[in-house]
Design a protein around this ligand. Structure first.
Ligand code: SF4
Length: 348
């Protein structure tokens, strides 16, 4: 057994089972059993991350694709993931990876150090843990993040945020940035459509935004994404409530991305999100006082652009066409060149 793959969050129960404390599912496993995520299992009473050191694929992407619009715009990212997931989303857009039961899909060898070296070779400024949720391979993601930081590369988590309070500090302190899904704002939606719970995700978001710290004591940069599914999470009341919560608990500067749903997995009969829905959601969010609100998965340049947050200025600062940067006028110290107001983000 690879000692680095031993689960860091677990405890023995009096009945002989071992409880995984990594996510709120708290799976209680007998020797030989697998957790809900399928990729953590009990080896003679010790829970192990079975996908440690194995990748389902690599790609070089623009950071905007994660999506992160305020984190070193235009830079490239080495994206990688493993297999399995601890959510049960009926609309999963990556279900071939998240529900993978075929271990042969995974590459044989991708140590944390090797991934960081490959990122250097390709000139990537960041490595993103993505495709499937890095929570379930937290030990592997944390070790890879450390190897990346040693080489001056930023670790990024792309996650649904369904994580235990115990595991959050070590995981988020290891990241320089994160995009966290806020899939809706109703517990019933979360329970029925994602198989998870809203409260746990909100707690994760608050922790990541307000408490997580990088080694120099700075904050982890966080952006949020809501995939809008027609008839499920796109009503005005839910959108107002979500945006008001973000404003109150995370502040107005956390960027929010509304992205378009495409029929997939167990929701193949639900239509695509119309552009008007994304435009309406963006308008509601800005009306609630959020400063940086984007649309995604659609061609809508107005919703791709970054604007000066000064209401008396409002200049276009970054123009994007899908994931491609057209112009970037933000100054080196992160300000609007017209009025000098600071723009939240990591721009260096
Ligand atoms: S990470 Fe996997 S094994 Fe652990 S509690 Fe969550 S679903 Fe269960």
């Amino acid at each position: 057994m690879n000692p680095r793959a031993v689960g860091r969050w677990q405890h023995r129960l009096s009945d002989g089972r071992t409880q995984c404390d990594l996510c709120p599912r708290a799976c209680r496993l007998k020797p030989g059993q697998r957790g809900f995520c399928f990729v953590r299992s009990s080896h003679d009473g010790v829970i192990v991350c079975d996908t440690y050191g194995r990748s389902s694929g690599f790609a070089i992407d623009p950071v905007e694709k994660k999506p992160l619009n305020h984190f070193h715009p235009g830079s490239s990212v080495l994206s990688f993931g493993t297999a399995g997931c601890n959510s049960g989303c009926r609309f999963c857009q990556n279900w071939d990876i998240s529900k993978a039961r075929d271990w042969d899909r995974l590459g044989a060898e991708a140590s944390p150090e090797r991934i960081a070296d490959v990122a250097c070779q390709y000139g990537a400024e960041s490595v993103a843990f993505t495709y499937n949720d890095p929570i379930i391979f937290a030990e592997y993601a944390i070790d890879t993040a450390a190897a990346c930081r040693e080489r001056g590369i930023h670790p990024i988590a792309v996650t649904a945020g369904y994580m235990s309070a115990q595991a959050r500090p070590e995981f988020y302190d290891a990241m320089d940035a994160a995009n966290i899904d806020l899939k809706g704002f109703a517990e019933e939606f979360y329970r029925k459509v994602t198989g998870t719970h809203l409260r746990d995700v909100l707690d994760t978001i608050e922790f990541a935004v307000n408490e997580a710290r990088t080694p120099d004591g700075g904050r982890v940069w966080v952006e949020l994404t809501t995939l809008l599914i027609p008839g499920y999470n796109d009503d005005d009341a839910q959108l107002h409530a979500e945006c008001a919560w973000i404003r109150e608990h995370c502040g107005r500067d956390v960027p929010l991305h509304f992205s378009a749903f495409h029929p997939a997995y167990r929701m193949a009969d639900v239509p695509c999100t119309p552009l008007e829905t994304l435009v309406r959601a963006r308008s509601i969010a800005m009306g609630e006082g959020l400063r940086y609100v984007y649309t995604g998965n659609v061609h809508y340049p107005e919703g791709d652009a970054t604007y000066c947050p000064n209401p008396e200025c409002g200049a276009v600062l970054i123009r994007r066409d899908w994931y491609r940067i057209g112009t970037n006028r933000i100054t080196g110290d992160g300000r609007c060149p017209d009025c000098g107001v600071s723009v939240a983000g990591r721009w260096g």
